[in-house]
Design a protein around this ligand. Structure first.
Ligand code: XMP
Length: 507
């Protein structure tokens, strides 16, 4: 049985990071809203209470009774989690004389305490709080201090419960990983058995039990998540999985044929549907970005639904939903704040049971699972690509000719990034076809043709992004190649805007 640590989410921005750090320690964990502790789950081996934007005294603050938890499990409170546990144990939490943000050095450490094993005086920790614990209840004992915060960490004597006011999960806390490891491995007894291979083995078994002989359909997009979900399901149920890959005509150059071929080589039972004519005809004259998205989204659902109905007795719809999608979808009050990106609207339309085998994984874990499943690097390391594809990179209305021009320019840019060893250093890259014409000169002739913008960004999650500082020599070559080889383009620009305030896509 897979052991797990539960992270109770009180709304901190770093809650997901705590999850990532535990997974890096090969310990499986789940982030759940602060009021949804899984009471009857025998696999729970410990609990972490996250930080929060609230102060413990706020009327609206999220609260959980800590005592019943610390009677049953090892508990680690982080920042607000530590303050709430101290407050409920008779301590006092007050606004700090000056808000404490950024680095601080540990000045006192009780290295006899299991949480502080191998943590040294002078190590840097990262603070981010407006309140501070000014006194502790009976049985609460300080185990670490900094110059300005006497209670940087404490232990509840008689229980396996600790609180730290700093953030061990952030990269800048030098001893952070050590403290999380002391907690998960030494205190909670994690056997560190969570690996991509163990995930595959247990998920394949669970899928076999869940799906039996049922038939399942899955929409492939060419992206990492849906592809890994398909290979995993294929391993569990073989040809009872039918994959549908729809070409809406806005894919990259040759992508439909190449990716379809990759899927077949992986042994997937896949149907490729070229529906580009339908999409082109529905998009004639449409230049509003949201309308384009709606037309493509609805068209995709209709095509997928029609194909799926040709298969007899389908019971399940599988999706490559991953963990950040689920966390974003669920605010801590339980209401949906963002609908799933993948195939929004499909589950409602199709009235099938939903199967999401990757819903507990982070993006880099999905890649690790894909690698373990033997998938080729070019599928696994693929940049994210928007569902509506090149439609949102052609500003204004769409014609097959504009798509052809953009595909050719995009192909030169992406192939160049790969040849120059730059592709894997970048989160996402592409070309945008601008609705402007400019004058140029080629040979003896004056030209009046279109301009394109190159976009390449670095990022870790697409929430924020910076423009990639590509080498000038590379950009010179790409610009030259595009202007010389792509009929219809006579000017190339490079987009040097970061997100925010810009976005990654132009529409
Ligand atoms: P923005 O432009 O909002 O993009 O900075 C963030 C990430 O989302 C992708 N994106 C989309 N993906 N359907 C998708 O499936 C869409 O309509 C869509 N719009 C943007 C974008 O490529 C980037 O990775």
């Amino acid at each position: 049985m897979q052991q797990k640590i539960i992270i109770l989410d009180f709304g901190s921005q770093t809650t997901q990071l705590i999850g990532r750090r535990l997974r890096e320690l090969n310990t499986y964990c789940e982030i759940v809203p602060y009021n949804r502790f899984p009471e009857n789950d025998p696999t729970v081996i410990g609990v972490i209470l996250s930080g929060s934007p609230f102060s413990v005294y706020d009327e609206k603050a999220f609260r959980t009774e800590v005592r019943p938890l610390i009677e049953r499990y090892p508990v680690l409170g982080i920042c607000y989690g530590a303050q709430m546990m101290a407050y409920q144990g008779g301590g006092v939490v007050e606004p700090a004389p000056s808000r404490e943000y950024g680095r601080a050095l540990l000045s006192v450490v009780d290295s006899e305490d299991p949480l502080m094993k191998d943590v040294k005086v002078g190590e840097q920790v990262w603070m981010s709080h407006g309140d501070t614990i000014t006194s502790l209840g009976e049985k609460y004992k300080i185990i670490a201090s900094t110059d300005s915060v006497s209670c940087a960490a404490y232990r509840v004597e008689g229980n396996k419960a600790w609180g730290v006011q700093f953030h061990p999960e952030v990269f800048h806390s030098q001893c952070g990983t050590r403290i999380l490891k002391n907690f998960t491995v030494d205190v909670c007894g994690s056997d560190c058995s969570w690996t991509p291979a163990s995930f595959i083995e247990s998920t394949v078994n669970e899928l076999k039990a869940q799906l039996g002989d049922d038939k399942v359909v899955l929409g492939l997009s060419g992206g990492v998540d849906s592809s890994v979900a398909a290979v995993l399901l294929n391993k569990a149920i073989g040809d009872n999985l039918t994959c549908i890959f729809v070409d809406h005509g806005m894919l990259r150059k040759n992508e439909f044929v190449n990716v379809l071929n990759d899927y077949k080589c992986l042994g997937l039972n896949v149907i490729g549907v070229d529906a580009s004519a339908k999409f082109f005809s529905e998009l004639v004259g449409v230049d509003d970005p949201e309308k384009k998205r709606k037309i493509i989204g609805k068209g995709f659902i209709d095509v997928f639904d029609a194909e799926a109905h040709k298969i007899k007795d389908v019971k399940w719809l599988a999706q490559g939903t991953i963990y950040p999608d689920c966390i974003e979808s669920l605010s801590i009050t339980g209401t949906t704040i963002k609908s799933h990106h993948n195939v929004g609207g499909l589950p409602e339309k199709m009235n099938l049971k939903l199967c999401e085998p990757l819903r507990t994984l982070f993006k880099d874990e999905v890649r690790a699972v894909g690698r373990e499943l033997g998938m080729p690097d070019h599928l696994i390391k693929r940049h994210p690509f928007p569902g509506p594809g090149l439609a949102v990179r052609i500003l204004g209305d769409i014609t097959p000719e504009k798509v052809r021009v953009l595909q050719d320019a995009d192909d030169i840019f992406i192939t160049g990034l790969k040849e120059w060893g730059l592709y894997d250093k970048i989160w996402q890259a592409g070309v945008i076809l601008l609705p402007v014409r400019s004058v140029g000169v080629m040979g003896d002739e004056r030209t009046y043709e279109q301009a394109v913008a190159l976009r390449a960004v670095t990022s870790t999650d697409a929430m924020t992004a910076d423009w990639a500082h590509l080498p000038y020599d590379f950009m010179a070559q790409v610009s030259n190649d595009i202007i010389n080889k792509v009929r219809g383009v006579n000017r190339v620009c490079y987009d040097i805007s970061s997100k925010p305030p810009s976005t990654i896509e132009w529409e």
